[in-house]
Write a protein that binds this ligand. Structure first.
Ligand code: ANZ
Ligand code: ZN
Length: 848
């Protein structure tokens, strides 16, 4: 039978790699090291197609690196703590641990069916006590270094369920289960001092030249370094000065109001006297408080009746409480400059405040009206007395200098980055290793008492954190005084778990978080691959942990990920039908949509029909595959139908890896056919074949070189195209030793992408050992240059013939060939050649 049968062969090779521990990474190996890592999955239930694409890319690189002589670390594990497990517990009564372990087993089997070259000996789940116990040790080490502290901070509180909610559990201001209006409550919580590393984290971005620019920019904005002036407006009809922070002190003559945050002390004082003010503040707090929410929300204000004095003009400026001012940025108060700040513009328009112009394109445009929006840009100062005519930068400098000289303000650097609140009031996470004692306060758990194990016997019948109401776990004796004390019941944000897992993959001793020598051997990760949705938080937190651990002398790496790649998504068209349903109240009907999954639909080039009734369905937009859109393809189903190699090939083929990849039935079928086509070609490998095919040999070497470069650059779609090209050439060529070499080469080039079929073909052709262990074919550099050149032959400076000859022929040989030319002899017509001028590879000129 000349068909490759993935149903039988895939499992056999997967078994061979597993029993031979082919992909086990040896830290002591003398070979150059390469650490290839894809973001580890959350065990949500099943692998989805996005994982398949992500892990296939990493796998091709890992296999390629092995073939090019590297000792490769390519590990896999599970980001296993988190909320969905607790939701499953509440909804289905299954323990979060059981649910998680079952999902891990399912997903691991799925990954294995794809034949990934992973070192499974290093697998762990973050919910393993061996892992989170070491995380507790690291947390205590950071605490000892002064990088962990507690402070009061607001949480979302569901008054019906009596529980703290994560931001994503608050929908339109209401608890997702109870529907109750969510309140803000202050709780004492744990924080990590990431702000101590703000400058370092910003500077470090400059060294990450192998990261996508957009990710670096997102991180830079998140860190948000800003420089400006902090200065004070004295009260006019009250005693207090209000300090504001501005990045545009140059616009000071354009200020027409002062706005303070709802939590600002001045706002609180006003609220104590005025119930209207108190009501307004309550309304502000009910709205979202994230920067993004404030940006888009309607600008609202409350005139306090207070007036402040402008430091230069002496004018009275009204003081408002405003919903767009954040308490925890700058001073919690701003000077409103509506002409040159969009938020202020909207605010001033709504409350009919003056909108002075203080920056214009040129000094003669001082009275130019605004075109319905603020002008935040550059220009020269106008209507600003002693600043008139200056550029924005010069005026900024001037106002800062003046404020500092006269003592009413000082230049300041302000950061957007906040310390990282890591407390979560939930069960399924790493217990924070502290004890609360009435006598001693907060006491760290002794290092030799780690890990603090999560108790198994918890109940989810009532809402809230089960650790809080656990009968025994909570109650301990104080490590310091021995008296009765209670454990901390908060657990760590799961982003902590993913902030150091790449270190634990490199080294996992039983008694320490990691061994510094092994970290030095493997880190930084040479190639990290994952979704752009992690561009900010995960990557910033991981960078912070790495720097913090370096700071306390535990490791010697500053940046964990040398090279970062963010892959595109897998998309699929959507199918739907409009449907009229009766309204529940009986008053007429509503138009709704029925969505159908690809499996329920037959798709032809004309359109799509539903398999059950054979009637048409509408074809909707091409969207990221997601359960809610019903446009998902189950990886297991397609692996079963087409085999792992075809699926892997499809993931690499059509789209550049950073772009979206539209899934199509025709596409995967084409890939499956190509696997078979290569298999047939591989069957024609003949070690006895004789003879040279110079053109094919040259093509073979060119494609080896190009494919290697493409894989190194993660341009997998280009590498795939090269393999097609060489396949076409080899198919067309007649049998020869060169053709056999081309076929053998193709097995090696395709091996990282279609490892199962290539193993099978390699064995069938009689090669010893696994192709996974074979070397990447060597490029003969001489073969990369075109070996034939066209040489012009001139007689007395006139072109008389051209010669196609091997490149680099010696001059006397070229002369001999030129003289042998029939056309040249006819032209010479017996005349004696006096002189021969040769330009190698280009020209022979005969002078008579
Ligand atoms: C006057 C002004 C005029 C401003 C102008 C901007 C443009 P970045 O650059 O992001 O640091 N601001 C200061 N504190 C604030 C707070 N707690 N909540 C909301 N807004 C606040 O932003 C700094 C600018 O944001 C500051 O400069 C201030 O408005 C505002 F043409 O002052 B500016
Ligand atoms: Zn005590």
């Amino acid at each position: 039978d000349n068909r490759f049968d993935p149903g039988e062969a895939d499992a056999r090779w997967q078994h061979a790699w597993a029993t031979e521990e082919t992909f086990r990474a040896d830290s002591a190996s003398p070979k150059p090291k390469s650490y290839v890592l894809e973001m580890f999955p959350y065990p949500s239930g099943r692998i989805h197609i996005g994982h398949v694409r992500n892990y296939t890319m990493g796998d091709v690189l890992a296999r390629y690196k092995r073939m090019t002589g590297h000792e490769v670390l390519h590990p896999m594990g599970w980001d296993a703590f988190g909320m969905p497990a607790e939701n499953a517990a509440m909804e289905r009564g299954v323990h979060p641990g059981t649910w998680t372990r079952e999902n891990i087993a399912t997903m691991k089997a799925q990954l294995q069916r794809l034949g990934f070259a992973l070192d499974w000996s290093r697998e762990f789940a973050t919910c393993d006590a061996e892992y989170y116990g070491q995380e507790q040790a690291l947390f205590l080490a950071l605490y000892d270094a002064g990088l962990v502290y507690r402070k009061e901070s607001a949480v979302n509180w569901d008054p019906v369920d009596q529980t703290v909610l994560a931001n994503e559990q608050v929908i339109d201001g209401r608890g997702w289960r109870s529907g109750a209006l969510v309140e803000k409550r202050k709780l004492s919580q744990w924080f990590l001092k990431i702000t101590a590393f703000a400058q370092e984290l910003l500077d470090g971005l400059g060294t990450l030249d192998k990261w996508p620019d957009k990710v670096r920019l997102m991180q830079e904005n998140w860190i948000g370094k800003s420089t400006g002036l902090e200065f004070r407006f004295a009260g006019s009809n009250f005693d207090e000065a209000i300090a504001v922070y501005s990045t545009r002190p140059d616009t000071i003559f354009g200020a027409s109001f002062i706005a303070v945050a709802a939590d600002h002390p001045v706002a609180q004082q006003v609220a104590a006297q005025s119930s209207d003010a108190a009501d307004f503040i309550a309304r502000c707090k009910a709205g979202g408080t994230t920067a993004a929410e404030l940006e888009t929300a309607e600008k609202l204000g409350f005139d306090t009746g207070l007036r402040s004095v402008h430091p230069f003009t002496g004018d009275d400026l009204p003081v408002y409480i405003a919903n767009f001012v954040l308490m925890d940025y700058g001073t919690g108060a701003v000077m409103g400059v509506p002409g040159h700040d969009q938020r202020d513009f909207e605010f001033a328009t709504k409350y009919s405040l003056p909108i002075p112009r203080v920056v214009a394109a040129s000094t003669d445009q001082a009275d130019q009206p605004f075109a319905g929006e603020a002008e935040p840009g550059e220009g020269v100062l106008v209507n600003s007395r002693f600043l008139d005519g200056m550029t924005v930068d010069a005026a900024k400098r001037m106002v800062i200098d003046k404020a500092e000289a006269d003592g009413w303000g000082e230049g300041k650097t302000v950061w957007r980055l906040r310390d990282w609140g890591v407390s979560r009031q939930r069960y399924w996470g790493t217990p924070i290793p502290f004890i609360h004692c009435d006598a001693c306060g907060i006491v760290p758990v002794a290092k030799d008492s780690l890990p603090v194990i999560l108790p198994e016997d918890v109940d989810f019948a009532t809402p809230g954190n089960p650790l809080e109401r656990h009968a025994t776990w909570k109650h301990v004796s104080c490590p310091s005084c021995g008296g009765a004390a209670v454990r901390e019941t908060d657990t760590l944000d799961t982003f902590v778990d993913s902030s150091w897992y790449f270190l634990r993959f490199a080294s996992q001793p039983a008694d320490r978080p990691f061994d510094p020598a092994e970290i030095a051997a493997w880190l930084p990760v040479d190639q990290y691959i994952g979704g752009v949705e992690h561009a900010i938080l995960h990557l910033l937190y991981a960078r912070f942990w790495t720097r913090a651990l370096k700071h306390i002398g535990m490791i010697d790496v500053a940046e964990p990920f040398r090279q970062l790649f963010t892959q595109g998504m897998v998309t699929h068209e959507t199918y739907f039908r409009e449907k009229r349903v009766n309204r529940a109240d009986g008053k007429g009907t509503i138009l709704t949509l029925d969505s159908f999954s690809p499996a329920e639909v037959s798709r032809t080039s004309e359109g799509a029909t539903l398999k059950t009734d054979g009637k048409a369905v509408e074809i909707g937009r091409v969207l990221k595959m997601s359960k809610s859109k019903k446009n998902v393809i189950d990886p297991d189903a397609i692996i079963a139908q087409y085999g792992a190699d075809a699926v892997r090939w499809f993931m690499l083929s059509d789209s550049p890896p950073e772009r979206d990849l539209p899934w199509s039935e025709a596409g995967i079928e084409g890939c499956s056919r190509f696997v078979q086509r290569l298999w047939r070609l591989f069957g024609q490998y003949d070690p006895q074949a004789q003879g040279e095919d110079a053109a094919l040999s040259r093509k073979t070497h060119q494609i080896i070189a190009a494919t290697g470069e493409d894989i190194e650059a993660l341009s997998f779609n280009k590498a795939v195209a090269r393999i097609y090209e060489l396949t076409n050439a080899a198919e067309k060529a007649s049998p020869s030793a060169s053709r056999s070499a081309a076929i053998r080469t193709l097995m090696q080039l395709a091996a990282p992408m279609m490892p199962h079929m290539c193993e099978e073909a390699w064995a069938r052709a009689g090669f010893k050992g696994l192709i996974a262990d074979a070397a990447w074919p060597k490029v003969d550099a001489a073969m990369l240059v075109e070996d034939e050149v066209t040489v012009a032959v001139q007689v007395k400076g006139k072109l008389r013939d051209t010669l196609t000859v091997a490149r680099g022929l010696p001059n006397d040989e070229l002369e001999r060939l030129a003289l042998a030319s029939e056309k040249v002899q006819r032209n010479l017509d017996g005349a004696a050649v006096r002189k021969v001028i040769v330009v190698p590879d280009r020209l022979v000129n005969l002078v008579v």
